[in-house]
Structures are given as C-alpha cells and as structure tokens.
Design a protein around this ligand. Structure first.
Ligand code: G3H
Ligand code: ZN
Length: 283
C-alpha cells in the first residue's frame, strides 16, 4: 500500500473489467477523506488536483501536491496522483517534480487541428518525463467559463475522429463527451451508452468520464460495462464536505475549525466509499 502510478491502477482496473475512481482534491481534508475511503473499501484510487485547485492554492502546486504524496506514502491503500485539466504547459512541466505520475492536458475547447498539435507536444513531453497523459476530444461542459454545454448538439465525441486523434497524438487515455457535464449537483445525467460502446471499439486507450458527479449509480455501472475506465468525480465530494461544514458551523459556537473540518473530512470519506463501491464493485 503506497504511492503508486496512475498507469498501473488504470491498467489493473481495465484488466479486471471495473472502473478506477479519480477523486478531486482541493484541501488536505479532501485527500484524507478519500484515502480513508480507499482504505475502508480495500481499493486503490487516484487523487487528482485540477488546474483550478492549483489556482485556489495561489498558483503553488508543490505544497498541496507534496502533502498528497506524503499521505499516499503512508496510506493503507494504493493511491496515485494525477494533475487534472492542465491548461498551460508551464504547469504541466511542473507535474513530474511535484510527484504526479499522470496528467490530463486540456485542449478540448480548441479546434480539432489545434487540439491535435498541442496535445501531441504535451504527449512527447509527458512520455519523456515518464508520465501517463490523458487528453479530451469533444467537450465536456460545465467548467467555469465553459464555451458550450456537452448537451449541445455536435459536441459529443465522434468515434472515427477519436481513433484518429489517439493515433495522431499518442495519448494514453481519452476523455470523451458522452452526456455528462461538470459540476452537476443533481444526478440526472443520461449517458449515450451506445456511443461509449462504439468509442471503446474504435479507441485503443482507456476512456475517461468527466463530470461523473451528475451520473446516477446505475448509469455509472452501465458506462463502465460499455467501456469507461477512469471515472472523474469532484462535485459529489464537495457537496458532502460543504454540507458538513454548514452543519458544523450552524450547530456550534466554537471558532476551532477542527469542529467542522473533521465532520467534513468524514463526509468526504463516506461519499467516496459509496462511489468506490459503484465504480469498482466489492473486492
Ligand atoms: O475532472 C474532474 C471531473 O470531471 C469532476 O467532475 O465535479 O462534475 O464530478 P464533477
Ligand atoms: Zn473534468
């Protein structure tokens, strides 16, 4: 049980025919809650830090990344570190030294040719640095300032284009737009399962589902059966965390942040454990 590599967790999940959850970390309490969930479930998971979370940490990736790595090294479960939705190469190039074994290079909003050329450069750098690199084709909406919604016509990932994109760029994993959207607070997304099946048939690398918080449990299971491997989850944990903080603040007069952060950390653990069961099944 230790800090492991994303590629190993993804490959093991794919071989075993289940998914691998990748949970977003914003604060140390998120990471601690996720690590507890992985230990309770007896499953390895990915801890991921988004470019937006790095912005929250005032642009400094190292302090939170090193804390995540130290947590993983001491954990009673296998944990890997992934740098998510990286939008500039400066941050990408800091990934390896910060302890990440994988990154998602996010050029999904660019026109196809620009996405291909910038992603190919990112892949070349990542492979030289020993990192597994994910990219996006199609556009999963719902991020702050997102130009379009994934539910808009024409932005779902096309299988033929996806096959060409993977061949041209050499990416190790592909995020696909199949009906989910980022930051949904209700679990009402409907996925195009038939499209996922066609993508799996045409695309040789593992498929990644973003915006999984808005996807109901049965739909997540069906998506994994159809071909999704890496399942990215953020908002669901934030809902649990923030609800616990609200209750903790409302119910006490202490100014000690531990009074509400401890229940928030536990709420993250409970929410993450439920999702690990859905994505991985029971060991
Ligand atoms: O990359 C991260 C995810 O796509 C998380 O999306 O916050 O909607 O679960 P979510
Ligand atoms: Zn995402």
């Amino acid at each position: 049980m230790a800090l492991v590599r994303t590629a190993d967790l993804v490959d093991a999940a794919r071989r075993a025919g289940h998914g691998i959850p990748a949970f977003n970390v914003i604060t140390l309490e998120h990471a601690e809650g996720i690590a507890s969930a992985a230990e309770r479930a007896g499953r390895g998971v990915i801890l991921q830090l988004s470019h937006n979370a790095v912005r929250f940490h005032r642009g400094s990736v190292l302090p939170i990344a090193r804390a995540m790595a130290a947590l993983a090294e001491c954990a009673g479960a296998d944990l890997a570190l992934h740098l998510d939705h990286v939008e500039d190469t400066d941050l990408l190039h800091r990934a390896a030294d910060a302890g990440f074994s994988s990154a998602m290079y996010d050029a999904g909003a660019l026109p196809y040719r620009d996405n291909v050329s910038s992603t190919r450069q990112a892949v070349t750098w990542a492979h030289d640095a020993g990192l597994w690199l994910e990219a996006e084709l199609g556009y999963v909406g719902g991020k702050p300032d997102a130009p379009v919604s994934a539910h808009a016509a024409g932005v779902f990932t096309d299988p033929e284009e996806a096959a060409a994109f993977v061949a041209e760029t050499g990416v190790d994993g592909l995020a696909v737009a199949v009906g989910s959207s980022h930051a949904m607070t209700e679990r009402t997304a409907t996925l195009d399962l038939e499209l996922i099946t066609r993508l799996r048939e045409r695309v040789p690398v593992p498929l990644v589902l973003h915006g999984s918080s808005g996807v109901p449990d049965d739909e997540l299971r069906a998506a994994i059966t159809a071909g999704i491997v890496k399942v990215n989850i953020g908002t669901a944990l934030n809902i649990a965390y923030t609800d616990a903080v609200r209750q903790g603040v409302a119910s006490g007069s202490s100014s000690d942040p531990r009074k509400y952060l401890a229940p928030a950390r536990e709420a993250v653990a409970v929410a993450a454990a439920q999702l690990i069961d859905v994505v991985c099944g029971r060991p």
